[in-house]
Design a protein around this ligand. Structure first.
Ligand code: GDP
Length: 138
């Protein structure tokens, strides 16, 4: 089992000034930051990242949203990172997210849901490598 996951603080949370508070929660939950950067995805790059959702009805909306403004991308390390981080962020739809989770606290809707967390060890590695070269992963 890998001990790393990948996250993005999405444009809605950046716009609302939640980046610092979210990083603090991640830190308090025991994750070590192994890589981090703030950047603005082009629509092309956002579409590439979410290519797995290409056939879904919300794909266009998702690409537009994710390329609307800056995000913070990071690789996080902790034992059982993927599963524990999914628990920390909560359900995709913030209305269904557990109390105290990042999406419950900071997300507005199922589309604009503040934060991404990888859903498997394999995707964590693929997604981390999408944003960070080997020289940028510590
Ligand atoms: P996640 O793994 O919890 O992020 O959820 P999914 O992999 O199912 O979806 C990826 C992302 O697509 C979500 O985090 C949302 O930003 C977006 N998304 C999912 N469902 C919907 C939807 O019904 N409408 C819109 N607009 N966006 C959605």
């Amino acid at each position: 089992m890998s001990n790393r996951t990948f996250t993005m603080i999405k444009p809605d949370a950046t716009e609302k000034g939640y980046t610092g508070a979210i990083l603090e929660k991640i830190n308090a939950a025991g994750f070590r930051i192994a890589a981090i950067k703030m950047l603005h995805l082009s629509a092309e790059k956002a579409g590439e990242f979410y290519a797995v959702h290409k056939e879904r009805p919300f794909y266009g909306e998702l690409v537009e949203f994710m390329s609307r403004g800056p995000i913070t991308a990071a690789i996080l390390e902790k034992e059982n990172a993927v599963e524990d981080f999914r628990k920390l962020i909560g359900a995709t739809n913030p209305a269904q997210a557990a109390e105290g989770t990042i999406r419950k606290l900071y997300a507005a809707s199922v589309g604009e849901n503040a934060i991404h967390g990888s859903d498997s060890d394999e995707n964590a590695r693929i997604e981390g490598d999408f944003f960070f070269s080997k020289l940028e992963q510590f």
